[in-house]
Design a protein around this ligand. Structure first.
Ligand code: ATP
Ligand code: MG
Length: 567
């Protein structure tokens, strides 16, 4: 009952202050039931309590109510009701409520990163905005790069972000259908099979010269198409779209639609050897999946002409393609192409190395999925390629973790001090304003302080050990000494944090920073701090967020290691 009385008092005081000094029992009851639903069946029990508290709070008057809040619930007045952070996305051209379909098409060739989060979140937000559908389509038509492990990692990452799909499929499910469409292209003379050498094809494309093969008749192409499944080997033949070899848009210079890849596919093994290219697969798949609005990053913009040309040739329904900017961070690569070699060369420890923008790494570092969503929404749907400051993501995250993080003391550069006259134990709250329980600390004479905190202290000075009380300094040097001087609050003395030496827990804190300065790999991008934490650290579960007092937020990675999240 005590705990609920405190809550009633807090709500009554806050509500009174917000309403000119008066609160009402019904309002307090409603608020209590909203935050403590377990009391819905116990209204009779708590109502007398509410009536009492409300009348005593109303008797205080506005000024006294304010003062009471400041002493009993410090920080409460500064907490403003939370405003919805979502900026909202601009309306979609041609979108009809109830019939919008978007899709997220990752290639399972690496671990998901925050760039994928941006794409998937925008896809999902638009689908929701129009009460539409979202499709997850693994774009898996390049067996050389794809691995089973990555399908799973992508799904795990998307689940962590809280993205809900209405349908999950693979492009490789539709391979037979893509063959049919290829035959249609060849039959309609919209495509041809080219058996030229790679160098010849490249040179001809560069010089805007048609290949011999493009002059072949439909029959020749059909024969060659059959041979792609038997006689031809990888590199011997490709299906090319008849674009415009003289086009200013190089993408249109008879691009590849299908090619032979003999590597085993992660799902289909060696069942197929002819694989559609990205351009061919994405256009056909978007169309048959019912996608109405297909988003992709800006560097694909030149491919739009091809996308529409393929669908025109096949007389298929055309989705609208829209581009947004690629998300990037200064000195932090957001691209599988750059990330993979870093991992393979051992420059970072793995896909969850805290310096990386992969979802695994962000999670391990203590970034919350809700913060990523807010961050992405705050950037909006823009085409401008700006580097987003990582600090913006951090500030969204800070707002979330602040109210959930236990406050603990931790000392980086210990200075020894011997304090006489301390009480045996003290009990301190785990959070200054939230109900997060408390812990009891066994005190002892030997205490660690931060060296720099002692720098400007003289013998005779008083300092406050936060949460514990005041001490008077009686000696300085390698073994400083002090005497406990009671718990009276004095505003003008330094307030510092401390750790009891006897029970201090030695842990390591990994502090990630920028991986690159320009092109240059930053060799000291992962700092390791050996520190002393309060022993309570060892009682916390792995994965919890902690605020080390006067240092910053960290996520407990293991018994012996934490990772710095941000300030
Ligand atoms: P990477 O360079 O990491 O390989 P990608 O574009 O090849 O990127 P895909 O798996 O093909 O990776 O991407 C799936 C979707 O995610 C695409 O729609 C792509 O446009 C989008 N995407 C990938 N990286 C970013 C990014 N940095 N910012 C925004 N969207 C991205
Ligand atoms: Mg790709």
């Amino acid at each position: 009952m005590d705990e609920i009385t405190t809550k009633i008092r807090k709500i009554a005081l806050q509500n009174a202050v917000e309403h000119g000094g008066k609160t009402q029992d019904k309002i307090v009851l409603a608020k209590i039931l909203a935050s403590e639903p377990q009391f819905r069946s116990r209204v009779k029990e708590i109502m007398p309590q509410i009536l009492l508290v409300v009348s005593s709070v109303n008797d205080l008057g506005l000024e006294q109510q304010r003062k009471t809040i400041e002493s009993e619930f410090p920080g409460l007045l500064a907490e403003k009701p939370k405003k919805e952070e979502r900026e909202g996305l601009p309306p979609l051209e041609g979108a009809q409520h109830g019939s919008v379909v978007t899709r997220f098409p990752p290639e399972p060739n690496g671990y998901p990163h925050i760039g994928h989060a941006k794409a998937a979140i925008i896809d999902e937000e638009y689908a929701r905005m129009y009460d539409g559908k979202l499709v997850l389509r693994f774009d898996d038509t390049n067996p050389e790069a794809e691995r089973l492990e990555y399908y799973a990692a992508i799904k795990v990452g998307l689940d962590w972000l809280g993205i809900k799909f209405d349908r999950v499929k693979n492009t490789s499910d539709d391979i037979e259908l893509l063959y049919k469409k290829s035959v249609e292209l060849l039959g309609g003379n919209f495509a041809y099979v080219c058996t030229c050498k790679q160098e010849t094809i490249s040179a001809n494309r560069r010089e805007m010269r048609p290949c011999k093969c493009s002059l072949g008749q439909v029959e020749q192409n059909m024969e060659r198409w059959e041979k792609m499944f038997s006689k031809y080997k990888q590199g011997d033949a490709i299906v090319r779209f008849r674009g415009d070899i003289k086009s200013e848009n190089t993408v249109m210079r008879d691009p590849v639609m299908l090619r032979i890849i003999e590597t085993k596919h992660p799902l289909l093994a060696d069942k197929y050897r002819v694989w559609p290219s990205y351009d061919f697969a994405v256009a056909v798949e978007d169309s048959i999946d019912g996608v109405t609005h297909a988003f992709r990053t800006k560097e694909y913009e030149l491919r739009n002409e091809l996308y529409y040309a393929i669908l025109d040739a096949l007389k298929m329904r055309k989705p609208r393609v829209l581009e947004f900017s690629r998300l990037g961070f200064e000195g932090m690569p957001v691209s599988k192409r750059v990330l993979r070699p870093l991992i393979e060369e051992g420059k970072v420890s793995g896909y969850d190395d805290p310096r990386l923008p992969t979802l695994e790494a962000l999670k391990r570092r203590g970034i919350r999925p809700e913060a990523i969503r807010k961050f992405v929404m705050s950037l909006g749907f823009t085409k401008a390629d700006t580097m987003a400051p990582f600090e913006t993501l951090e500030s969204f995250n800070r707002k979330i973790v602040d109210s959930e993080s236990i406050r603990l003391n931790m000392i980086k550069n210990p200075a020894n001090i011997k304090v006489v006259g301390l009480p045996q134990t003290i009990t301190v709250p785990n959070h200054p304003t939230k109900e997060m329980g408390s812990r009891t600390i066994q005190l002892d004479e030997g205490v660690y302080l931060e060296q720099e905190d002692l720098q400007n202290i003289k013998v005779g000075d008083k300092i406050r050990l936060m949460g514990l009380g005041n001490v008077s300094i009686t000696g300085l040097g390698p073994q400083a000494t002090a005497r406990y001087a009671g718990d009276e609050m004095t505003s003008d003395i330094p307030k510092i944090h401390w750790v009891v030496q006897k029970t201090a827990q030695k842990i390591k804190i990994l502090v990630p920073s920028q991986l690159f300065f320009g092109e240059q790999f930053n060799e000291s991008s992962l700092e390791e701090l050996n520190v002393f934490s309060e022993p309570y650290y060892s009682e916390l579960k792995d994965g919890v967020e902690i605020q080390f007092v006067r240092f910053g937020y960290c996520r407990k990675d293991s018994l012996l290691q934490a990772i710095y999240t941000h300030r």
